[in-house]
Design a protein around this ligand. Structure first.
Ligand SMILES: Nc1nc2c(c(=O)[nH]1)N[C@H]1C(S)=C(S)[C@@H](COP(=O)(O)OP(=O)(O)OC[C@H]3O[C@@H](n4cnc5c(=O)[nH]c(N)nc54)[C@H](O)[C@@H]3O)O[C@H]1N2
Ligand SMILES: Nc1nc2c(c(=O)[nH]1)N[C@H]1C(S)=C(S)[C@@H](COP(=O)(O)OP(=O)(O)OC[C@H]3O[C@@H](n4cnc5c(=O)[nH]c(N)nc54)[C@H](O)[C@@H]3O)O[C@H]1N2
Ligand code: SF4
Ligand SMILES: [Mo]
Length: 766
């Protein structure tokens, strides 16, 4: 094998310590500190005036969508500040005044940059011109857009078959860009469209599709006002979806109760001070969680089964616990579900989940009396071998209670990237959709490929083994986000060409194929000008609302193109004039692009007008209680299994989580304020009794090892931090822990890497 083609390139952030300081973990989120921290970030990156002007346009009706997470905006945004601390940080990161230009790349070789930390790489600035890394060269050099498009087209033409190319997408892209990108991949002849959601909510998509007939959630924002109980499972909203706390707060004000299920007692779930409301700032915050269930990592199915078993016993004794009318009318599989519950004893389930039985009984008592229940979840459920079954068990509980298809109830998989849901809606997927292919044929007149492509975990071996030779990334940071970092790095380095369409520099620009291109693109906050007039594009948030987003800032360079223009440039260079799709005009005329998108994708018709202002809801069969696409036209109960880990005596389950100062692989800063960690990312959260057993003291330095199928993987230099985490469980940050996760360890059916339950052991570092 020819890799690595460039020597001495570091594939991970350096393992050097940055000078840790510890404080007590916080028992509240947001409030004054949050606002102050947010402004510090934006002022530093953008200057004070530009910051305040730009922030006033974020999440407003004629403004731009926050580049952070996918939480929806309220129908009537307040004029003051419709954003959170982390939204402001996301903006600061994107709208920085610093530039990564030709001079930068002449000064620093790819080797040198690769030795920097991810934090330092990200802080270098915005990409301002197309850059080319020639075979054998160690420095990127500026090229023209025409050269870049031609080079990609030539490489694509040189392939033996279209499945030798891979087209990755990350969830920041607009609906328009993602649609065009998917269209190009299909016109080129492949369904090789791995997506960041393969590593994220794919388990939700599959679990929900198989049980309810749609891979998305069913709640609307206003359902939180009406819910009697909201369960938040495997999610850290105080950090990752901060404005969700406002919805939870409102639910509580209306008399609702919040149940949190999480191995960690996350600050935002405990208390919350709402920065959008003066009273929230002055008052002492609100205790958000009513019942906190400290489940062991990956024992949610055991816990949920125990809750369901106890509910079933109450139903048997008193009745009025399950919604029999709903079960009878809308569901299938109830009897076998109940019978399967009998196969486990309460004692077995209690021991597995590790939760205090009194709290479980309190939960059961509450749920038995309520029928308006919302279940929210995120990566704590999806990133396990049984990720799909985790979701199905949540659906079981909702079905028992008839908590679907009426106000105040439903499923709420809380999405990550701001348009990850939209990208999937408009056709980014590796599998074949007959309906989509027929619609493409009708509108554009070409046959889309009818065989499945690769997702993330299948794309990597394909590149490693030389079956795929070209990697194109529409956003994202593939090498750091995917599992098995060393293997993934070799896979990318084995390509002939890697192309990254990006806003900011990241490690995937350094771990490259023989030839590499960086194509700089506009971000959310940038004005997208056509003939001097700003254009908008559209996005879909976590609740299926499609709405417009219009950038506000003058782009940092006039040599940056929008994503649709870049995709169209590649397509036009590849097809020349020889294709029924008029790529150039679609790439430059967004109205036309939206019209065509509306013809091809269900629910997007007339989006040019409907997406104005608050936007509009896409169709959702669960809201209508229409299960006609499912077997016997019924929502499906599932029988799930308990996960098996077979831990050896010295082994632990490690979850790789986000700090408060990062957005995925982008490191905003080195603090994890709520967890009491400052100026350091190389930390390992550990239960004190496990530390005693391992003979470890606070701040001892350890290496973390994983051993799967006899193959050892290791990450170096982590400071042990005693923490309130269940015995046998560990937590550390992602992406630093990705080298531990073997490429072949992923969830059944969804292929999502097992980022939240990695079997590891520890050794003291020298
Ligand atoms: N500021 C900021 N916002 C973000 C992101 C970011 O990086 N930074 N990323 C975005 C993206 S792409 C996504 S997908 C989301 C991610 O949002 P989250 O899913 O909230 O992110 P994680 O940090 O991965 O946290 C997972 C949570 O699950 C818990 N957990 C882990 N394992 C288990 C388990 O087995 N059971 C249970 N019940 N809980 C468990 C962890 O303790 C943690 O609280 O956030 C989005 N928003
Ligand atoms: N161990 C472990 N691994 C994980 C996870 C975990 O919890 N644990 N989480 C997984 C999850 S949930 C996700 S979603 C993935 C994330 O995987 P990715 O989406 O691939 O990674 P990001 O870090 O979000 O990508 C950041 C880069 O996107 C580019 N970018 C930012 N904005 C834009 C834009 O508007 N347009 C374009 N074209 N580019 C832009 C910038 O160059 C930036 O460096 O990681 C996954 N990996
Ligand atoms: S909750 Fe998410 S979308 Fe809303 S402002 Fe915060 S980061 Fe942005
Ligand atoms: Mo994600």
């Amino acid at each position: 094998m020819p890799f690595p083609i460039r020597k001495n390139i570091q594939t991970q952030s350096s393992a050097e310590f940055t000078g840790i300081e510890l404080t007590k973990p916080a028992n509240y989120a947001a409030g004054f500190t949050g606002v102050k921290v947010a402004l510090q970030h934006t002022f530093k990156e953008m200057g004070a005036i530009k910051s305040l002007q730009t922030l006033s346009h974020m999440n407003q009706k004629d403004g731009f969508d926050c580049p952070g997470c996918a939480w929806p905006d309220p129908e009537h945004p307040s004029k003051v500040a419709e954003y959170c601390e982390n939204g402001a940080k996301a903006l600061a990161e994107e709208a920085t005044n610093k530039e990564v230009d030709n001079a930068f790349f002449s000064n620093y070789s790819v080797q040198e940059i690769s030795r920097w930390s991810d934090f330092k790489i990200g802080k270098s600035g915005r990409l301002v011109a197309p850059m080319l890394l020639k075979p054998g060269s160690n420095h990127y050099e500026e090229c023209t857009w025409e050269e870049a498009f031609r080079l990609i087209a030539d490489h694509l033409h040189a392939l033996d078959n279209p499945d030798q190319a891979i087209f990755y997408t990350s969830g920041r892209s607009s609906n328009e860009a993602a649609f065009l990108y998917g269209l190009f991949a299909r016109a080129f002849g492949t369904n090789n469209m791995p997506d960041c959601s393969n590593m994220c909510h794919e388990s939700s998509g599959i679990g929900l599709s198989e049980t309810l007939g749609i891979g998305k959630g069913s709640v609307k924002l206003e359902d939180f006002d009406k819910a009697e109980v909201v369960m938040v499972i495997g999610q850290n909203p105080g950090t990752n979806h901060p404005r969700m706390l406002s919805a939870l707060e409102k639910c509580k004000r209306n008399g609702g109760k919040i149940i949190s299920i999480n191995p960690l007692q996350e600050a935002g779930l405990i208390r919350f001070r709402n920065p959008q409301e003066i009273s929230g700032m002055l008052l002492n915050g609100h205790g958000l969680t009513d019942i906190y269930l400290q489940v062991k990592i990956n024992q949610d199915v055991a816990l949920l089964k125990l809750i369901e078993k106890k509910l079933a016993a109450l139903e048997k004794a008193n009745g009025n616990v399950f919604d029999h009318e709903f079960i009878e009318k809308y569901t299938e599989g109830f009897e076998s579900f109940l019978a399967h519950l009998e196969t486990h004893s309460e004692q077995e389930l209690l021991e597995l989940c590790g939760v205090d039985e009194n709290l479980i009984n309190e939960t059961v008592a509450l749920l038995s009396k309520k029928s308006k229940i919302i279940i929210c979840w995120a990566m704590g459920l999806t990133q396990h071998k049984n990720g799909v079954e985790n979701i199905k068990e949540c659906v079981n509980l909702l079905l028992l209670k008839g908590s679907l298809g009426k106000p105040g109830v439903g499923t709420c998989p809380v999405r990550g990237h701001s348009n990850v849901q939209g990208d999937r809606s408009v056709g980014i997927m590796h599998f074949v959709s007959k309906e989509l292919n027929e619609a493409i044929k009708k509108t554009f007149g070409f046959d889309a490929p009818d065989h499945e492509g690769v997702d993330v975990v299948k794309a990597i071996p394909a590149m490693y083994e030389g079956k795929a030779k070209i990697f194109v990334g529409l956003g994202g940071n593939f090498v750091s986000a995917a599992s098995d970092t060393e293997y993934t790095a070799k896979a990318l380095q084995n390509c002939d060409l890697t192309v990254q369409i990006s806003t900011k520099l990241n490690r995937s620009h350094l771990i490259t194929g023989k030839t590499a291109l960086i194509l700089p693109t506009l971000g959310r906050s940038d004005k997208d000008l056509k003939d001097g007039k700003p254009r908008h594009f559209t996005v879909e948030n976590s609740m299926g609302i499609v709405h417009q987003s219009k950038g506000f800032l003058d782009p940092i360079s006039d040599n940056i193109k929008s994503e649709p223009e870049i995709v169209a440039g590649i397509a036009a260079a590849y097809f020349r004039e020889d294709h029924p799709v008029k790529w150039k005009s679609l790439g430059s005329n967004y109205e036309l692009l939206r019209e065509k998108l509306g013809e091809v994708i269900l629910g997007f018709k007339d989006m040019n007008t409907k997406s104005e202002g608050f936007g509009y809801y896409l169709p959702n069969n669960v809201r209508e209680l229409d299960f006609s696409k499912l077997p016997n036209q019924k929502a499906q109960f599932s029988t799930t299994s308990l996960p098996v880990h077979d831990l050896q005596e010295n082994e632990y389950l490690l979850m790789s989580i986000r700090s408060h100062d990062q957005f995925n692989t982008t490191i905003y800063g080195l603090n994890d304020r709520y967890r009491g960690i400052h100026n350091e990312r190389r930390v390992l959260f550990m239960n004190e009794s496990d530390m005693i057993q391992e003979n470890l003291k606070k701040m001892d330095v350890v290496n973390i090892l994983s051993n799967y199928d006899g193959q050892e993987r290791k990450v170096f230099q982590f400071l042990v931090i005693p923490y309130n985490i269940p015995k046998g469980n560990l937590a550390a940050y992602y992406p630093e822990t990705n080298p531990l996760i073997p490429i072949q360890e992923y969830a059944d059916k969804s292929n999502t890497p097992i980022s939240k339950s990695v079997r590891v052991s520890l050794e003291k570092a020298d």
